[in-house]
Design a protein around this ligand. Structure first.
Ligand SMILES: *Cc1c(COP(=O)(O)O)cnc(C)c1O
Length: 440
């Protein structure tokens, strides 16, 4: 990796032009389209370790990591080996098989709050299915979620706090009926009083509360553990199930995610991203009596033609074995904390506005024009300057060979493959960008 980039983006531009003709916005998942930062998305041709290489031959140190899944970086050799040997035995059986059995056994042995698990193909599916189990078990209809948490694109969760009636949700996307939105209650994060009053008003009708225990899809909105504990205790009191959506935090901050770190015991938990080792896997799991609700054991229907795909199971299992053997989290957290402190120092010295650098383990997020020392825990605390200032920082770093997520509301991830040299290179680039950019 060098500081000299060819910086031509000619091929990416041609490909993007073609892509826009055949796919909405030229992409197959919205944030990839660079709408949040402007410019042309880079067409990546290969990736190895922490390095992305684009069609024009530019190289980037990757802090997006496929949006989190690649805990060990691109093409981890152990995962690659497991995938190759699975491929050689056929890649889809549509039958009972041993890949998912052995993976599930090791997961359950590693996750004390999961008695049984069901594999699906994405985080969205895991969340949809967990909600169905919660409704089936409690025979209640309402769900409570928090503004600023993302749970995938299932209709009932693609909602936000309404402006009118307290707590009643409005659709956050076209195509979602008002009736569906009305079955979700939305509360602000980090607000005990709002949560208590929502439970007073709706507690007896609430099937489940769902939360990202480490909200990391709308910036990194780190919650106080006392707030999470209040959710747990209100759920208990009202017979409401607690669903921890650990799609992004599971296997990222600890093997058992935030449940392991906080000691909060979810009734149901959802996983995605890392669990497939970079292949499309999601999963939901929890207490035995809840999971026994799921077909064919019970009356809650949920199925998937390609679920528990052997190649994806092999990748996920190889990743889990490596986690269990190496326990990389202390080292990742140490590297993460040092990087956050170093970026904060550079920001304080170089930027014409205050920046708050927030980190948790190997996840970090920069908040532009936010006073230092006041943690941002709710979406309305994110300054309006975040979008335009982040866009400039993003492009400055991209030009210097550092790839962040192309949106100021997405976080950065470290992998075990990031070396000290990679990080020094990145800090140098950050210093130049923070010092040289005209923000106004
Ligand atoms: C990414 C994410 C999802 C959605 O997962 P997909 O695999 O993109 O469907 C759901 N919940 C959380 C917390 C996530 O981070």
């Amino acid at each position: 990796m060098t500081t000299m980039q060819s910086r031509s983006t000619q091929k990416s531009e041609v490909y993007f032009g073609r892509a826009k003709r055949v796919a909405p916005g030229g992409v197959h998942s919205p944030v990839r389209g660079f709408r949040g930062v402007g410019g042309t998305p880079r067409f990546i041709e290969s990736a190895q370790g922490v390095c992305l290489k684009d069609a024009d031959g530019n190289e980037y140190i990757d802090y997006c990591l496929s949006w989190g899944p690649l805990l060990f970086g691109h093409q981890d050799p152990e995962i690659a080996e497991a995938v190759k040997s699975a491929l050689a035995r056929g890649w889809s059986y549509g039958t009972a098989e041993r890949y998912s059995l052995e993976f599930a056994e090791e997961l359950i042995a590693s996750l004390p709050f999961v008695d049984q698990i069901r594999f699906v193909n994405s985080g969205t599916e895991a969340v949809m299915s967990a909600l169905r189990v919660a409704r089936g078990f409690t025979k209640r209809d309402l769900i409570l979620k928090f503004d600023g948490c993302y749970h995938g694109h299932a209709d009932g969760l693609l909602v936000r706090a309404g402006s009118g009636l307290a707590e009643m949700a409005s659709p956050d996307s076209a195509g979602i009926s008002a009736k569906t939105a009305s079955e979700t209650i939305v509360c602000p994060l980090d607000d005990e009083a709002a949560l208590k009053s929502a439970f007073e008003a709706h507690g007896k009708d609430l099937a489940a509360v769902i939360i990202e225990p480490l909200p990391a899809n709308n910036g990194l909105l780190i919650q106080r553990t006392e707030f999470l504990r209040l959710i747990e205790s209100l759920c208990k009191k009202h017979g409401t199930l607690l669903i921890l959506d650990e799609v992004i935090s599971g296997f990222r901050v600890a093997l058992g995610g935030m449940a392991e770190l906080t000691g909060i015991k979810p009734d149901l938990v959802t996983y995605g991203k890392i669990i497939g080792g970079g292949f499309p896997v999601g999963a939901y799991g929890g207490r035995h009596e809840l999971m026994q609700m799921v077909a064919p054991a019970g009356p809650v229907y949920q199925a998937g033609t390609l679920s528990a795909n052997p190649v994806a199971m092999a990748a996920g299992h190889a990743m889990l074995k490596k986690i269990n053997r190496e326990n990389p989290y202390a080292r990742l957290a140490e590297t993460g904390a040092k990087m956050v402190a170093d970026i904060q120092k550079i920001a304080d010295a170089k930027l014409p506005f205050p920046m708050q650098v927030q980190g948790f383990g190997s996840i970090s997020w920069i908040v532009c024009n936010a006073p230092k020392g006041t943690p941002v825990r709710r979406i309305e605390q994110i300054p309006a300057e975040q979008k335009p200032y982040y866009a400039k920082i993003f492009h400055g770093l991209l030009d210097r060979g550092v790839y962040l997520a192309p949106s100021g509301y997405e976080v950065a991830f470290l992998s075990t493959a990031h070396t000290e040299r990679n990080i020094d290179f990145t800090l140098n680039a950050i210093e130049k960008v923070f010092g040289d950019t005209q923000f106004k």
